[in-house]
Ligand binder design. Sequence first.
Ligand code: PRP
Ligand code: MN
Ligand code: MG
Length: 181
Amino acid sequence: AADIQDDLTQILVTEEEILAKLQELADRVAADYEGKDLVLVGVLKGAVMVMADFARALPMHAPMDWMAVSSYGASTKSSGVVQIRKDLDTDLHDKHVLIVEDIIDSGLTLSWLLENFESRGAESIEVLALLRKPEAAKVEIDCKYVGFDIPVEFVVGYGLDYAERYRNLRDVAVLAPHVYM
Ligand code: PRP
Ligand code: MN
Ligand code: MG
């Protein structure tokens, strides 16, 4: 079988760095939401790993719900057209919602999602994103909890895919151009 490592040019954030950062963010979130009715909303599929590790780092009740949206498909560019593939199971009315994302790239997915959530009567809505590409922003997203700002490169691993591959890598790595060119 072809070696997955040959598809990567560089490890950008290691699993160890990710877990340490998520613990830091979890401590902040626990302090900010003390005594509040918090719901974590993970954005499938990319946020699966972040949700799993962040939720376990969080020392408080934190029900999880999931929304599946997709804008990239099998491409390295966002189409800008966001599709709901699975909606939430729970009512957000009077809840404090924390959206959990793997990455803010152009910001189009979250900007669409935030607008969609505003009408659901949540008490508050904030965003946690493990990664953010400030120089790729097409819309500014007000993200309260950011893990790492990274350069504009196509990254995979720890939930992030290219054509559904690489999500299961432990680290976040840069995808070699020969894979998608
Ligand atoms: C990716 C990623 C974010 C979004 C960020 O999801 O997981 O949700 O793109 O990009 P943006 O800021 O430019 O909108 P994708 O649409 O690839 O679906 P997936 O999570 O199932 O991989
Ligand atoms: Mn996603
Ligand atoms: Mg994707």
